[in-house]
Ligand binder design. Structure first.
Ligand code: AMP
Ligand code: MG
Length: 404
């Protein structure tokens, strides 16, 4: 059996980053990977501006609290004031440029307007107070977002703040997906005796989409060698990766192994993880000049395919997009449960935090119980053979980090 770390190293060694890039609207760039650094042409903010509604003034004009100043102008956000006349104050609002000559803002709560267009300043201001400096967020010429980083909502905002209407990103990985299994029917169809609904198709399709892929969903392929080979040939054309679920054990009804061997090349691995274990990795020939499509066959059990996707497929998709594809780091969290009979394999237990900040386990850790993956907030990464006692510190991988 192969360790997950070794399996991942082999998977990543067989993966080359996509070279093609495209330019997309910054609106459409969520989750994409930047192909080129975003360099700012401007300072942000572009001018010193007020962070308060109040009065802009010269501190030298207010030697003591209670000083009276004439209000010489009014500057709202979006307007540019005149040079501040000495001995006067400018009425100013949040975001408005600080007029030349002023060196501080006094918030309106500390000023008292008096009749005849004057204001009494109730404090003694210090230079620079409530002024947001030009360039304090971004300096012109600096890299604000580095190539190879994934675009989060806040990264899109930062790109927009330096005026980027479009971004150059790595093209999406193209992935063909199919499920194997004669027992599978689709939701919306009647459930015949002996059948179950196809859940992996929904989980895996959504996981691929959330990882930034363009998905070609080829549906369900019957448990027959010729049908499986035909599906693989179709899936290979125009795709970077073929992802399947089910049929990777070595039972008589498991046709993926001989089918991939006939259409390309395959390694069948037993990975020492639970849930998971069988994982098929290889490639399928294409007819044209395209490079072969990568092939990953996940186990059929719904929790196994979900977990192996997170642990093994997602890093490959990241590597295709030029991201590091590293094993996710976990957080140390206290176990509020006992796990006296650990597996000899590295386990990924479905768990969530309780109100005390400790972890609770879902009662049924079977690889067919999808409820566990919905109830849980993440996986406990438990080393082979390690028993857990209440109070022990374990490594927790939140789904939020595994799906990021
Ligand atoms: P297999 O890997 O094909 O031997 O399947 C292992 C188990 O997972 C069997 O109980 C299958 O019925 C179940 N299974 C396989 N594919 C799916 C699927 N797409 N949705 C839900 N369960 C599945
Ligand atoms: Mg099957």
């Amino acid at each position: 059996m192969l360790s997950l770390t070794d399996a991942l190293a082999r998977l990543l060694a067989g993966t080359t980053a996509l070279a093609e890039t495209e330019t997309v609207s910054t609106f459409e760039a969520l989750g994409r990977v930047l192909a080129v650094d975003v360099v700012s042409q401007l300072d942000v903010p572009p001018h010193d501006n007020s962070s308060m509604d109040g009065y802009a003034l010269r501190t030298a004009d207010v030697p003591q609290p209670g000083t009276l100043l004439t209000v010489s102008q009014r500057i709202a956000a979006g307007q540019v004031g005149a040079v501040l006349a000495p001995g006067t104050a400018a009425r100013i609002f949040t975001g408005a440029p600080v007029p030349e000559g002023a060196d501080a803002i006094v918030m309106q709560e500390q000023c008292e307007p008096v009749g005849g267009g004057s204001v009494r300043v109730q404090i003694r201001p210090t230079a620079g107070q409530w002024v947001r400096r030009r360039g304090e967020d971004v300096c012109a010429g600096s890299v604000v977002l580095a190539r190879g980083s994934r675009l989060t909502p806040q990264a899109l905002g930062l790109a927009a703040s330096v005026g980027a209407a479009t971004l150059s990103v790595v093209r999406r990985p193209r992935v063909a997906l199919f499920s194997t299994g004669d027992e599978l029917v689709m939701p919306g169809e009647p459930l015949k005796p002996g059948a179950i609904y196809n859940s992996n198709r929904y989980t895996l399709r959504a996981l691929l989409q959330s990882a930034g892929c363009e998905v070609s969903d080829l549906g369900i392929v019957p448990d027959r060698l010729d049908a499986t080979r035909e599906a693989l040939r179709r899936a290979a054309e125009g795709h970077d990766l073929i992802l399947t679920s089910g049929g990777v054990s070595v039972g008589e009804e498991d046709h993926l192994k001989p089918a991939v061997e006939a259409e390309g090349r395959l390694d069948l691995w037993q990975i020492a993880i639970k849930p998971g274990k069988p994982l098929a990795f290889g490639e399928v020939r294409t007819s044209g000049a395209d490079r072969p499509a990568l092939f990953i066959g996940l186990p059929g059990n719904p929790v196994s395919s979900f977990v192996t996707f997170l642990l093994a497929v997602r890093p490959v998709l990241q590597a295709l997009q030029g991201l590091p594809g590293a094993e996710p780091a976990g957080w140390p969290v206290r176990a509020d449960f006992d796990w006296p009979r650990p597996d000899a394999r590295r386990e990924f237990l479905r768990a969530r935090r309780n109100a005390d900040g400790g972890l609770e386990l879902f009662g049924n850790q079977s690889s067919g119980v999808l409820t566990s993956a919905v109830w849980a907030e993440g996986l406990i990464d438990n080393p082979p053979g390690r028993a857990i006692a209440r109070g022990d510190i374990v490594r927790f991988l939140p789904f939020a980090a595994l799906l990021a």
